[in-house]
Ligand binder design. Structure first.
Ligand code: GDP
Ligand code: GDP
Length: 453
């Protein structure tokens, strides 16, 4: 474990996530390293190869280790053992995040862990997890009695409160080494190329890798069978996710389709931005919509690349717009995703995909300054919409709106009165108003309600 820890942190400050089983360590880990479709849950081994990751907050990067990935489930009931297994990670860590479950409250195992954690003398931040509803914030206070740095009520699942935790964390970490090495350009954009068979994914990939202005180096992916490729353009690094998977072909048509869907789903888990490839000569078909649906659910930013544009006959100045209309009609839920016509064969506009991905990445990491969001609320919501229709038919009062996180941008709407459940049309209104103001290019926006009765 030691060697791996040293390699993986690459000079970054290291944060270890500790806690008894099932408190939500993996969920928080995935949240911190920005994987939206976290694989958590009961299958043993599924988180094992994802125990290291890199997180970024306010332009600062650090390494995170999920000690839950080290602990064998069977032994986990013995606290001393939890600690022993996670020992190396804890020894190496610069700060510790102790995850507890506010719903379960303080358990004997927590008492034991608290004692052991205190003995390390390292800064310990308590993440009081599963604080999904306002009322459990009070329960989180129970954990303040251990006297650690600070207790943060969070919902790893919904991404609530993690901003405050991250703010506190980076305030305590020493970034001196990293700042010299990489500066702010150290960040990399994780890009997935997805689409049904024969739309031209591999051709597009080859074209991207063959661009003159691009520097390419293959790297192992985070899982054993995935091979990613690093690419640099104008000083910006991109990680093309699972380039081996993009090239893989199924033997039969049916197998190829199944593979394409599996590949899309796996790559989307790790990506920031997805390029969804559609074949211009066949137009959007059902399987395109199916894969687009997974892309939408993943929370990735999305760029729709209409490939083989060279092969479209008798083009006029209206052809592109007409094709875009057909795409929009079929993929209504992606109305915020830009559509670009490209040709992997001739290279037309292919490089532009990288520029668009960069812009999308900026958008998905954009945090609206609180003062602007408050002003937005006063102007757009307070006068007209503070008293709105709930899903249950009753009235709801919208009290205020905050941006809980980025990557993807997530907004929390605080409501009161009536029964919880914002009406779909209201969420839509809010999203549209936010987009008019800040665009969030190519990026989905999440809206979460928090209700106080
Ligand atoms: P670990 O064993 O500590 O790594 O825990 P996991 O991350 O695997 O989570 C254990 C269970 O708690 C899973 O079923 C998660 O979906 C659930 N969980 C994690 N975070 C939250 C949260 O914030 N709220 C709720 N309600 N459930 C959560
Ligand atoms: P994949 O299955 O999505 O990876 O698709 P491939 O990259 O293997 O391409 C499938 C077929 O479409 C191949 O015969 C390619 O030569 C062809 N193709 C790919 N891109 C283009 C393009 O931009 N224009 C034309 N005319 N053909 C293309």
């Amino acid at each position: 474990m030691t060697a791996k820890t040293q390699i993986e942190r690459r000079g970054l400050p290291l944060v270890a996530i500790i806690g008894r089983p099932n408190v939500g360590k993996s969920t928080l880990f995935n949240r911190l390293i920005g994987q939206r479709r976290a694989i958590v849950g009961d299958e043993p081994g599924i988180t094992r190869d994802r125990i290291y990751g890199e997180a970024e907050w306010a332009g600062r990067r650090f390494a995170v280790v999920d000690t839950g990935g080290i602990v064998p489930d069977d032994d986990a009931v013995i606290p001393a053992n939890i600690f022993k297994q996670a020992d190396v990670a804890i020894n190496e860590a610069d700060a510790l995040v102790w995850v507890v479950d506010v719903r379960a409250g303080v358990t004997p195992l927590d008492e034991e862990l608290a004692r052991l954690l205190r003995a390390t003398g390292k800064p310990v931040f308590v993440a009081a997890n599963k604080a999904d509803a306002q009322r459990v914030d009070a329960e989180a206070l129970e954990f303040t009695r251990f006297g650690f740095e600070q207790v943060f009520p969070v919902s790893a699942e919904q991404g609530l409160g993690t901003g405050e935790l991250l703010d506190a964390l980076i305030a305590r970490l020493d970034f001196a080494v990293v700042a010299e090495e990489e500066g702010d350009r150290g960040r990399e954009i994780r890009l997935a190329i997805i689409g049904r068979p024969n739309v031209g994914k591999s051709s597009l990939l080859n074209r991207l890798l063959g661009e003159e202005r691009v520097i390419v180096s293959p790297v192992p992916g985070t899982t054993r069978d995935a091979v990613d490729t690093l690419l640099e353009r104008d000083g910006q690094r991109f990680r093309l996710i699972d380039t081996a998977g993009i090239r893989r072909k199924g033997k039969t048509e049916e197998m190829a389709e199944t593979l394409a869907v599996i590949m899309a789903r796996k790559s989307l888990e790790r990506a920031d931005v997805a390029v969804l490839v559609i074949d211009a000569t066949e137009g959007p078909v059902a399987l395109d919509a199916n894969i687009a649906g997974y892309a939408y659910e993943s929370g990735c930013s999305i760029i729709i690349a209409v490939n083989k544009w060279d092969a479209v006959p008798n083009k006029t100045e209206r052809t592109a717009a007409e094709f875009e209309r057909a795409v929009r009609e079929r993929l209504k839920f992606l109305d915020w995703a830009p559509v670009v016509t490209v040709s992997a064969l001739t290279g037309q506009r292919v490089e532009r995909l990288l520029a668009l991905a960069e812009r999308a990445w900026q958008a998905r990491h954009f945090r609206i300054p609180t003062s602007q969001l408050n002003e937005f609320f006063e102007r757009n919501i307070a006068p007209f919409g503070a008293d709105v229709r709930g899903r249950g038919g009753g009235r709801l009062r919208v009290q205020y709106v905050t941006q809980a996180s980025v990557n993807p941008p997530t907004f929390v709407v605080f409501t009161a009165g009536g029964r919880p459940g914002l009406h779909f049309s209201y969420e839509r209104y809010l999203e549209n108003r936010i987009r008019e103001e800040w665009e969030f290019f190519a990026t989905p926006i999440r809206i979460v309600e928090r209700h106080r009765s």
